[in-house]
Design a protein around this ligand. Structure first.
Ligand SMILES: Cc1cc2nc3c(=O)[nH]c(=O)nc-3n(C[C@H](O)[C@H](O)[C@H](O)COP(=O)(O)OP(=O)(O)OC[C@H]3O[C@@H](n4cnc5c(N)ncnc54)[C@H](O)[C@@H]3O)c2cc1C
Length: 338
C-alpha cells in the first residue's frame, strides 16, 4: 500500500509530496492536467515562499523583487522587505521546478482525476489506488472537499481574478498594486522582458480583461498587447468545516482560502505542507488542524481587514496612510513576508 496519495499537483500538492518523500514515505500524486501546469496567479512569491522552496531544494528561475508599491490615483506608497527578496516566477516555471524535485525523490505521478473517495480504518481508496493517507491538494474548487461535504457557505461578497502577461521590460524592482474603486491590478516582473498582470475584482463585467484593465488607464498605457491568454479564477472565499476528515487531510487552497489580496497563497500552501507532513510522520494527523489554524490566522486577519477597508469609505485613505507611515507599511509587509 502507498503511504501517501496526493490529489492535485499544484504547489501545495507537490510540496507535500516532496516533503513526505524526503521523510521516507512512498508518495503518488494524482493530477489530471499535463505538465507544465499554468494557473491564474499573480506569480509574486513572498520571501517566505522563496525560502520554503529553497529549503526543499527547489529554485525556480524568476525575477527578484524588493517590496510592494501601492498606487491609488496620484498617491503611491512603497514598502520594502526587511529580510530577503520576493520572486516573480511564471507558474509553469514553478511547476516544472517542483515536478523535477519530486521526480528526483521518486514521487510517482499518475495522470488522473480523483472522482470518488472511500476510506476505512486502514486506508483510503481514490483514483483506483489505495494509500494509508490521502491529501486533498486539489485547489480552490476542491472536488475532494466537496465529496467529503466539508464546505461552509461564504461570508463575504464574492471576488474574482484574471491574469495575462505583457511583453514589456519591468520598470521597477517592486510588485505594483494599482487600486480602483472595485478592483486592483497586480503587476509582477516575471522575466527581463515580461510582466504579469493579475486583476482582482468584485463584479464580472462585459468586455473581460480589456474592460477591467481600462479601469487603470495609466497602467494600460504602459503595457501594449498581451502575450498570453486570460486565465480566470474565483469566487475566492472558501470556508471549510475542518482540515482532517478521517484519513483525508486538506492542504493549500483546498484547505480554505480568503483572497489573493496579500499575495500569500503559495507561501501558506508550502508552510501547510510542511506542517501536514510533520504531523503525519509524528503519527499525530489530528494535530494538523491546530497547526493549520496557527499558520493561517495572521494572514486571514490581515486579509479580512484589508477587504473590509477596500469596501469602506476609508479606501481612499489607505495609500496616503501607508505613505505617511512607511514604518507601518514595512512592518505589515514583514508580517506577510516571513
Ligand atoms: C488571480 C490570482 C492571483 C494570485 N496571486 C498570487 C500571488 O501573487 N502570490 C501567491 O503566492 N499566490 C497568489 N495566488 C494564490 C495562489 O495561486 C494559490 O494559493 C496557489 O496556487 C494554491 O496552490 P494549490 O496547490 O493549493 O492549488 P492549485 O495551484 O490550484 O493546484 C490544484 C491542482 O489540483 C488539480 N486538481 C483539481 N481537481 C482535481 C481532482 N479531482 N483530482 C486530482 N487533481 C485535481 C488541478 O488540476 C491543479 O493542478 C493568486 C491566486 C489568484 C486566483
Amino acid at each position: 500500500m502507498i503511504d501517501l496519495l496526493v490529489a492535485g499537483g499544484g504547489p501545495a500538492g507537490l510540496a507535500t509530496a516532496i516533503l513526505a518523500a524526503e521523510a521516507g514515505l512512498s508518495v503518488t500524486v494524482v493530477e489530471p492536467r499535463a505538465a507544465p501546469i499554468d494557473k491564474a496567479c499573480g506569480e509574486g512569491l513572498m520571501p517566505g515562499a522563496v525560502a520554503a522552496l529553497a529549503a526543499m531544494s527547489v529554485r525556480p528561475p524568476g525575477v527578484r523583487f524588493g517590496g510592494i508599491r501601492y498606487v491609488d490615483g496620484a498617491a503611491s506608497a512603497v514598502g520594502r522587505f526587511r529580510d530577503g527578496q520576493g520572486l516573480g516566477v511564471r507558474r509553469t516555471a514553478l511547476h516544472a521546478a517542483l515536478s523535477t524535485r519530486a521526480r528526483a525523490l521518486g514521487v510517482v505521478r499518475v495522470e488522473a482525476r480523483v472522482e470518488a473517495v472511500r476510506q476505512d480504518d486502514q486506508g483510503v481508496q481514490a483514483a483506483g489506488l489505495r494509500a494509508r493517507w490521502l491529501v486533498a491538494a486539489d485547489g480552490l474548487q476542491s472536488p475532494v472537499r466537496r465529496l467529503l461535504r466539508l464546505d461552509l457557505p461564504p461570508r463575504r461578497p464574492a471576488r474574482y481574478g484574471v491574469r495575462r502577461h505583457f511583453a514589456v521590460a519591468p520598470w521597477t524592482d517592486l510588485v505594483e498594486v494599482h487600486c480602483a474603486p472595485d478592483a486592483e491590478a497586480y503587476v509582477t516582473p516575471v522575466a527581463d522582458d515580461t510582466v504579469g498582470v493579475a486583476l482582482l475584482f468584485a463584479r464580472p463585467a462585459p468586455g473581460g480583461f480589456e474592460a477591467l484593465l481600462a479601469r487603470f488607464p495609466r497602467l494600460a498605457e504602459r503595457l501594449g498587447p498581451p502575450v498570453t491568454p486570460a486565465l480566470g479564477a474565483g469566487p475566492f472565499e472558501r470556508r471549510v468545516r475542518r482540515r482532517v476528515a478521517g484519513r483525508v487531510l486538506l492542504v493549500g487552497d483546498a484547505a480554505g482560502y480568503l483572497d489573493p489580496l496579500t499575495g500569500e497563497g503559495v507561501r501558506l500552501g508550502l508552510l501547510q505542507a510542511r506542517a501536514l507532513v510533520r504531523c503525519l510522520v509524528a503519527g499525530r494527523p489530528q494535530a494538523y488542524e491546530h497547526a493549520w489554524r496557527r499558520l493561517t490566522r495572521r494572514t486571514w486577519l490581515l486579509t479580512d481587514t484589508l477587504l473590509r477597508l477596500r469596501r469602506s469609505p476609508l479606501r481612499r485613505a489607505i495609500v496616503p496612510a501607508l505613505r505617511a507611515c512607511p514604518r507601518l507599511f514595512d512592518a505589515a509587509l514583514d508580517q506577510l513576508a516571513r
